[in-house]
Design a protein around this ligand. Structure first.
Ligand SMILES: Cc1cc2nc3c(=O)[nH]c(=O)nc-3n(C[C@H](O)[C@H](O)[C@H](O)COP(=O)(O)O)c2cc1C
Length: 415
C-alpha cells in the first residue's frame, strides 16, 4: 500500500485501529487472500455452503470474467490525491457506494456473523442489508447499525402474508432505511458443492457436520460463544422451544416462491420508505417495477447460486439503466472482489456495488475483524481507482469511458 492509501485508511480510524488495519492490509490485501485463509479455517461444509454456486459454478465464473472484461480509460492531469468515495443512496449519506448484500445464515461462515457485519457497517458507514434468515432480529440489527440498516425479505405468503406483512411493520417500527424484496428465488435449485459437503435438505445436524466442525477450532470457539445460528426474526411466529430441524421445517412450510407483481404492489402500499426489488435482470421487469413505485433494483444473479445459465449481472446493468433512466437506483451485485469492481459497476450504470460471498470469506478468515478489514480494502481500492481514473468524486465515474463488449443490449432480450 502506498503512502496516500495509508493516509486514507487512517482518516476514519483511531491511531491504534489504523495500525492494526495497516498490518492486516499487508498480510491479507485482497478479498481472494481472505477466501484462501477462510478455506483453511472453516469447516468444509460451511465453506462449501457459502462459496458454492449452482450447477458447475459457471455463474460465479461468468460474474468474475465479465467484471474483468470491463475496461476503463483514465484521464490524467486533473486529480492529485485520492478523492473521497462518499455517496448518497435513497437520500441518505454513506461513506462509499459499497454495501453488504443480504445473506441467509451467515453464521455458517462464522457464528455471530450478523453482529460483526452490523457493527462494522455502522462504524464504516456502509449499508448493511440484514437478511430475514439471520441470527439477529431486525430490531437487534437496527440497534447495532441504526444509520445504515436495510432489511431483506423473502416471500412469506401464507395466511395473506401474515408473517411477511408483520415483518414489514417491525422493520418500519425499528427504523430500517430500506426494504429489499428478493424475487430471484422462485424455485429451489441445487448447489452440488453444498450437497457433496454433506449438507442435507431439509436441514439436519448430522454426525458428519458435527465432526467437520471439530476440525475448525476458531469456528467452534465462536459457536460456543454465539450458539447455533437460529433465524430469530421468525421466533414470534414459531412455537416456543422449536428445535433446529423443526424451525427449518417451519421455514420450508411458510416461505417460498417469488413475489408476484400484485404482491409487490401490496408491499409498496405498506412500506413507507425506499422499496428495492432484488434479482432484476430483464429491462421489462425493471420498467414494471418502476411503474409500481419501486425505488431501487438490485441487478444480481444471486451470486451465481440459483442457476448458472444467467447472464453476469454486470452485463445486464447498462440495459437496466437504459430502461429506468434516473427513475430508480440501481445496485449491482454478484462477483465483486475489489473497489475496482465497484468502479466498473458504477461506470457502466450502477449507483452502488454490494457484495455477499466476500464478506463471508472475511468472516471465515478473520472472524469479528473480517468485515471491517474487507470494507477498508474496498473503500481504499475504490478511492485509489477514482484517483487513478481522474475522478474527483463517485459521480464523475459515470463519465468515464468504459468498454463493455459483453453488455446485453435491448434487442438481445427480444420483444
Ligand atoms: C451464503 C449466501 C446466502 C445468501 N442468502 C441470501 C438471502 O437470504 N437473501 C438474498 O436476497 N440473497 C442471498 N444471497 C445472495 C446475496 O445477497 C448476493 O446477491 C450475492 O451473494 C452477490 O454475489 P457475490 O456473492 O458474488 O458477492 C446469499 C448469498 C450467499 C453467498
Amino acid at each position: 500500500m502506498d503512502d496516500q492509501r495509508q493516509t486514507a485508511s487512517a482518516q476514519t480510524l483511531s491511531a491504534r485501529e489504523a495500525e492494526a488495519a495497516l498490518a492486516l492490509m499487508r498480510q491479507l490485501p485482497t478479498a481472494f487472500d481472505l477466501r484462501g485463509r477462510a478455506r483453511k479455517r472453516m469447516p468444509n461444509f460451511a465453506f462449501e455452503y457459502m462459496d458454492g454456486g449452482a450447477g458447475a459454478d459457471l455463474g460465479i465464473k461468468r460474474n468474475w470474467d465479465a467484471l474483468d472484461a470491463v475496461e476503463l480509460v483514465p484521464r490524467y492531469g486533473k486529480v492529485v490525491a485520492p478523492p473521497p468515495a462518499d455517496t448518497t443512496l435513497f437520500g441518505r449519506p454513506y461513506a462509499a457506494p459499497i454495501g453488504v448484500a443480504p445473506i441467509g445464515g451467515p453464521g455458517t461462515a462464522f457464528p455471530g456473523a450478523e453482529t460483526h457485519l452490523a457493527k462494522a457497517a455502522q462504524a464504516a458507514r456502509l449499508p448493511y442489508t440484514l437478511g430475514v434468515l439471520s441470527g439477529i432480529t431486525v430490531e437487534q440489527g437496527a440497534a447495532l447499525a441504526p444509520d445504515v440498516l436495510w432489511f431483506q425479505l423473502y416471500r412469506f405468503a401464507r395466511n395473506d402474508h401474515k408473517i411477511g406483512f408483520d415483518l414489514v411493520r417491525r422493520a418500519q417500527a425499528c427504523g430500517a432505511h430500506a426494504l429489499v424484496l428478493t424475487i430471484d428465488t422462485p424455485a429451489r435449485t441445487i448447489r452440488p458443492r453444498e450437497v457433496r459437503s454433506g449438507i442435507v435438505n431439509p436441514f439436519k445436524l448430522t454426525m458428519r457436520l458435527r465432526l467437520g466442525a471439530l476440525m475448525a477450532p476458531a469456528w467452534l470457539m465462536a459457536l460456543r460463544t454465539s450458539g447455533i445460528p437460529r433465524f430469530v426474526s421468525l421466533n414470534p411466529y414459531m412455537p416456543a422451544n422449536t428445535s433446529l430441524e423443526e424451525s427449518a421445517a417451519f421455514i420450508r412450510h411458510e416461505q417460498g416462491g417469488a413475489f408476484t407483481w400484485e404482491e409487490i404492489a401490496k408491499y409498496r402500499e405498506r412500506w413507507k420508505g425506499p422499496l428495492i426489488l432484488k434479482g432484476v435482470l430483464h429491462p421489462a421487469d425493471a420498467e414494471r417495477a418502476v411503474s409500481l413505485g419501486v425505488d431501487g433494483l438490485f441487478a444480481t444473479n444471486h451470486g451465481g447460486r440459483q442457476i448458472d445459465a444467467l447472464p453476469a449481472s454486470i452485463d445486464a446493468v447498462p440495459a437496466l439503466r437504459a430502461a429506468v433512466g434516473n427513475k430508480a437506483t440501481i445496485i449491482f451485485d454478484s462477483g465483486m472482489r475489489s473497489g475496482v469492481d465497484a468502479a466498473r459497476a458504477i461506470a457502466v450504470g450502477a449507483d452502488a456495488a454490494f457484495a455477499g460471498k466476500s464478506f463471508l470469506w472475511s468472516l471465515g478468515a478473520l472472524g469479528a475483524r473480517g468485515p471491517r478489514h474487507l470494507m477498508n480494502i474496498y473503500i481504499e481500492d475504490l478511492r485509489a481507482s477514482l484517483g487513478q481514473l481522474g475522478c474527483k468524486s463517485v459521480d464523475e465515474l459515470r463519465g468515464v469511458s468504459a468498454r463493455h463488449r459483453n453488455a446485453w443490449k435491448r434487442e438481445d432480450f427480444g420483444a
